[in-house]
Design a protein around this ligand. Sequence first.
Ligand code: F0G
Length: 368
Amino acid sequence: AHQWRGVVREYAARLPVTETTRVITLGEGGTPLVRAQALSALTGSEVYLKVEGMNPTGSFKDRGMTMAMTAAVAAGAKAVVCASTGNTSASAAAYATAAGLTCAVLVPAGKISMGKLSQAVAHGATLLQVDGNFDNCLDVARKLADSYPVFLVNSVNPARIEGQKTGAFEVVDSLGDAPDIHVLPVGNAGNISAYWKGYKEYCAPYESATAGTLPAVSTKTPIMWGFQAAGAAPFVAGHPITEPDTIATAIRIGNPASWDLAVAARDESGGLIDSVTDEQILQAHRWLSAKEGVFVEPASAAGVAGLLKKHAAGEVPSGKTIVITVTGHGLKDPDWALKNADGSSIEPQRVGFDVVTVAAALGLEGEA
Ligand code: F0G
């Protein structure tokens, strides 16, 4: 049986590698494209979720990190650095371990989830909690890589975008063509840029560096719909935000690095970048777990929140194919599932170990 070999080997002809490249992989990619039953019923379109929480470290970052770490090794790097709201640091730490490199990560103090923090620590990264936000962390990481012998693995490194474009390839390979609309959360804006690059490359003949001219795989490219958290929505404002704030800490970013690429993805595709409130994000988070059976972290629900917002405004077409990338696993930041909409906590009921009490607690009728 065919064993998935990770995105770099699966898509080698379309990535900056050759047969002799030492590929650093943990088997990322090949994630499920799940039909969203409730969203499909609601909209009258075929809605699918690209479930990126199924990657080795639980987020889409692994697609970019396999390529970035492969490039770091090819460049002879001994140490890597990144700024992160959590998922990039978890991924960098794991892939640096696989590569045998040391890893330093800069995260905003008090603003990353416990799950992500523990991943970076578990994999042996040096984790520094910076008194500042993500944008400050990225600024320092870039300066560090400019002046010291450390290799930057943030998405300003083009290798990251190259790896992440494979998400679009997998969607087309699963559906047989590109969807009509692709929806995703936007933070530092690497992923929307990467998907758009992947969709464009799959829709035209491709000059491979190693495999000659590859024919087009899809007949069209999708419209790209990106959604930011309302308190951290620089693309909606049209300028960077100095004090970004949202409960969706993964996308708490005010000055996205891939600004121009994301604007190009939006405009070339005829799409949009809009915002959703924290309340809408948490509603979509509950929708995904309670109606679709898919558990994500809050930031990952921003795309679904956006689709629900557009549907309420009558702006989601029926009869189309819509793919939403849900970017990270619910176990990264599980506390949100144990809160009600009003913020009060959910306490699972406690019972004794006799069957009559348990049956009564479950509302079951019958004879014990
Ligand atoms: N969803 C999750 C779960 C993320 O962790 C991120 C970004 C995004 C969406 C947004 O993607 O930045 O490509 O627009 N997390 C980065 C990090 C910033 O450090 O983990 P983007």
